[in-house]
Design a protein around this ligand. Sequence first.
Ligand SMILES: [Zn+2]
Ligand SMILES: [Zn+2]
Length: 354
Amino acid sequence: MTSTVPMNESLYDILGVGKDATEKEIQRAFRKLALKFHPDRNKEDPSASEKFKKVSEAYDILKDPEKRKAYDAGGMSGVYGTGYEGFADSEAAYAQFGDLFADLFGNRPRTRRAGPVAGQDLRFVLTVDFRSSAIGGKSSFEAPIPSVCGDCRGSGALGGGPSQVCEVCGGSGQIARQSAERGGYFTVASPCSACRGTGFKGESCRKCNGQGRIETTRTITVTIPAGIESGQVLRLRGQGQAGLRGGVQGDLLIEIKVAKDPVFQRDGRNIRSNIHVPLVTALLGGKIEVETVRGSVTMTVPAGTSSDQVLRIRGQGIQAKSTQGDHLVRIVVDVPKKAFTDEEQRQLRNQLGS
Ligand SMILES: [Zn+2]
Ligand SMILES: [Zn+2]
């Protein structure tokens, strides 16, 4: 957050010229220093790019008669008063004065073509019913998924040409501007005016506003593996946000939530449920229909079964890779709320032996 051009350092000193230097002298001095501190020549020295930026800013101000006048009259405060924004970084400084070096450095193209951008992973929560979680199934849902804009084929440029990175902001879409506040200078990021914050040169595609993607609603069909539990995440590769300019498509992450079931509860690999059995069946034994996740099953209730006894139906539990869990049925004996006559009561007591 420091100004590259310190208040106590003269711009003329930075360039090593006198206050009465001509435009030509200023340009010559700048070229010499800019070459000396050029980032391409000083890969080992990280401070060089800051120095490059500093001499670039000094030159940027002094080469402009209006800004130079403001500087001579009021120093840096005077220059910032003209709306001068400085450079975000040495890249931005280079972009501004790239012409001066075009003949000296052949390895850096003047305009960079925008590179591939990978699509992002998208996360959704999918609620599945208990039955599907137990034995597997399929589930579909509608999801908003950004896909490549058809008008510009993802370039973001009007007409679909290759999108060129904005030289002024280096593609970030922002310019760090120095603002004078409370006696110091602070760096404030504001949208790049050259590219209106898009990071790209030229006119933007109207359909996607230069984003290269538009939101589309897609039907996603998910295969639910048997035995899945709440909190598990399924990854659908390459079905997320579209990549741009050859970038890979992101993934879809589907977080599973198993809905509560009014009948079934999961217990590891087993499934539990309650079943109401008439008193007579519990006393004398008999057959009863039990609902399982695979449908109705006839279960034998042995004579003399009491409430809270648990009967096991093998193989009707959670489907697992090698084995299958069981269905555990807790018996609830229904005692009839019927009024018995004295004679009926006597007979029942005799028969049941109490
Ligand atoms: Zn577009
Ligand atoms: Zn820009």
